[in-house]
Write a protein that binds this ligand. Sequence first.
Ligand SMILES: Nc1ncnc2c1ncn2[C@@H]1O[C@H](COP(=O)(O)OP(=O)(O)O)[C@@H](O)[C@H]1O
Ligand SMILES: Nc1ccn([C@H]2C[C@H](O)[C@@H](COP(=O)(O)OP(=O)(O)O)O2)c(=O)n1
Length: 222
Amino acid sequence: MSRSPVIAIDGPSGSGKSSTSRGVAARLGLRYLDTGAMYRAMTWWLLRQGVDVHDAAAVAARVDGPEILSGTDPLGPTIMVDGIDVGLAIRSDEVNAAVSPVSAVPEVRARLVELQREAIGDGGIVVEGRDIGSVVAPDADVKVYLTADAAARAERRAAEAGARDVEATRDSLLARDRIDSSRAASPLVMAEGAVHIDGTAYTLDEVIDLVVSLVEARETVS
Ligand SMILES: Nc1ncnc2c1ncn2[C@@H]1O[C@H](COP(=O)(O)OP(=O)(O)O)[C@@H](O)[C@H]1O
Ligand SMILES: Nc1ccn([C@H]2C[C@H](O)[C@@H](COP(=O)(O)OP(=O)(O)O)O2)c(=O)n1
C-alpha cells in the first residue's frame, strides 16, 4: 500500500460513516473529508440564493457560484461557504429535505468531485460519502461499504438531533436513501472491491477497530 493511504467509506444515511471515518483518521493520523457536508453546503447556498432546488437546469446554472472549503482535521472538521462557517446550518431540516435532489444533478457532482479529488491530493486521508469507492477514488487502498438497519440508523440520528419523533427521522432518512440509490448520476452502490460492514450490532469503537484492522492488513501484504 502507498505510504499515504486513501480510505473510502460509503454507505446510506446514518450508518455511521462520519463517526467511523473520524475515528479511523484520528487513530491512524490521517486527514478526514466529509463529502456529504460539501453537498449540504452547496444545497445551503442554493436555498439561500432562492434557487428552486427541484429545477435541475436552474441548479446546474449556479454550481460555480459558491466557494466551498473543507477543513480536514478529524478532531475538528469544518465547512465554509464564501467564508461563512456553515457547520451547523447544513444540518437543518430544510437542507435535509433538499440535499438529495441537488446531489442528483450531474453538474453539481462534477464540480464537487473535482474539489474532492483536489482535497485527496496525494492521500493520507479517510473520505466518506456515497460514491467515493466507485467514482471519486476508485483506486482507494481500502474501501468499506458501511450499513446498519434502518431502525438503528433512525434511533441513532434522532438521539443525536434530540428529536423525539424517531418515525419522522426514519421517513426522512429512507426518503433520502431512495433518491441517493436510484439517481442516474453516481448512485449509492457497493463499490467493486469494497468490504461490507453491517454495523448494526457493533459499537462505534468496534467498527473503528474493524476498519483499522483492514488498513493494517493491507499494509502487511503490500
Ligand atoms: N456503531 C455504532 N453504534 C452506535 N451508534 C453509532 C454507531 N456508529 C455511529 N453511531 C452514531 O449514529 C449517529 C449517526 O452516525 P454518523 O456517523 O453521523 O452517520 P453517517 O455519517 O453515516 O450519516 C451518530 O450519532 C453516531 O454517534
Ligand atoms: N459522496 C456523496 C456524499 C453525499 N451525497 C449526498 C446524498 C446525501 O443524502 C447527502 C448528504 O450526505 P451526508 O453524508 O451528509 O448524509 P448523512 O449525514 O449520512 O445523512 O449528500 C452524495 O450524493 N454523494
